[in-house]
Ligand binder design. Structure first.
Ligand code: PLP
Length: 399
């Protein structure tokens, strides 16, 4: 019998041929030596024994490195098709902040979407108001405008960085990534893709030419709403070195136990995501078919404005659905009336969550007041449907 070699030194001998469903289970299990644990231990230490000179790869101090981070970093890199390990951070926002600061020199120009994860949008606003970057906000569904915004133009310097989120949070816009990434490359603009919504099962932006991928590991990757973590997946060893240096200096490191929880979570990403995605597709179809229509958005619906791009570029339509009740009060009543769905922010856990997004003051104003974001979990779809459809009837005074 041949055992797939999944060595702990990432990129060295992990066979490309392994399916992601196998990789997420098999990678990051150490060197396979006799008596070694099947699951990597949690290393609770702040420092490591040593004296005299350092050898490459030595662990010295636990802000710089912790063996507890490595298995997850290896698994995620494998899933994203990266040649170097991912870099784990204390949260998705820590990862995003590090990616921006490492990829874009102070004073340079960033091209960012008008709608994206609200705290990413807030971060770009904050960096601009502190005078650290020039920020151009574009409607990213208009690919021509995005492409035109990248290069040098008169006094305008080429953009140093373009921020990509596809599908976007919460508007579920699917971007024309191949065209945008090609234009970014031509303009010398570093491209960073937040792949939290798609997960590596739905999209692998590095394989399309993106320079960097970021994740809120908090969401689908860890998958149980019990941990806050983030990761950057760089495409080159040079970028990785800079990101690790940034993490060591700025100190936004992952706790060893959190890293272990994320590893445990990502082992089941395949079965969780497939199930959540199937539930989401079914719920989107039923919501769409309600006689008194609510505005439903799901890239898998044939009449969704982003369906064609999603079919072309994604390997799945994801587990997030939005409905627009047209009115904040009605939307609030839907959220209130559910019993099984959990009213909470966040997404990507095994349990289904729902939230009216504009309850957050930082949510971009282009998101409709009555929009509810559904993060569809892995429960029985009939139970999810009866709870949600009843809540919609209650909220509209139909029962
Ligand atoms: C949640 C989220 C983030 C932020 O991640 P945290 O782990 O909460 O810091 C970034 N991007 C997207 C798309 C998200 O959904």
């Amino acid at each position: 019998m041949t055992v797939p070699s999944v060595a702990p030194s990432p990129g060295s001998s992990t066979p490309d041929a392994l399916s992601p469903y196998t990789r997420m289970v098999a990678a990051g299990r150490g060197d396979g030596s006799p008596s070694s644990p099947v699951n990597p231990p949690i290393t609770m230490t702040s420092t490591y024994r040593g004296q005299g000179t350092f050898s490459p790869g030595d662990h010295v101090y636990a802000r710089s490195s912790n063996p507890s981070w490595e298995p997850f970093e290896e698994v995620l890199a494998g899933l994203e098709g990266a040649d170097v390990p991912a870099v784990l951070f204390s949260s998705g926002m820590a990862a995003i902040s590090a990616a921006v600061q490492v990829c874009a020199p102070e004073g340079s120009r960033l091209v960012v979407p008008q709608v994206a994860y609200n705290t990413s949008v807030a971060l770009f606003d904050d960096l601009e108001s502190r005078g650290r970057y020039r920020v151009d906000r574009i409607d990213f569904t208009d690919t021509d405008t995005v492409v035109a915004a990248l290069g040098e133009d008169g006094d305008r310097p080429a953009a140093s960085l373009i921020w990509l989120e596809s599908p976007s949070n919460p508007m579920l816009e699917v971007l024309d990534l191949p065209r945008i990434l090609e234009a970014a490359r031509a303009a010398g603009t570093t491209s960073v893709a937040d792949n939290t919504f798609a997960t590596p099962l739905g999209a692998r932006p590095l394989s399309r030419g993106a320079d960097v991928v970021v994740h809120s590991v908090t969401k689908f990757l860890a998958g149980h709403s019990d941990v806050v973590l983030g990761a950057v997946v760089p495409s080159t060893a040079a970028l990785r070195e800079e990101l690790v240096g940034h993490r060591t200096m700025h100190g936004a490191i992952a706790g060893p136990f959190e890293a272990w929880l994320a590893l445990r979570g990502v082992r089941t990403l395949g079965v969780r995501f497939d199930r959540a995605q199937a539930n989401a597709a079914e719920l989107a179809r039923r919501l769409h078919d309600l006689p008194t229509g609510v505005g439903v958005r799901y890239p898998g619906l044939p009449d969704d404005p982003h369906h064609a791009l999603a079919v072309r570029d994604l390997d799945g339509f994801g587990a997030i659905v939005t409905l627009d009740l047209g009115d904040a009060a009605v939307a609030d009543r839907v959220v209130e009336a559910t019993r099984l769905w959990v009213p909470a922010t966040s997404l990507g856990g095994v349990e289904s969550l729902l939230e009216r997004r504009r309850r957050h003051a930082v949510e971009p104003a282009v998101v409709p007041e009555g929009l509810i974001r559904l993060s569809v979990g892995i429960e029985d779809v009939e139970d999810l449907w009866s709870d949600l459809s009843r809540a919609i009837e209650v909220a509209r005074g139909e029962v």
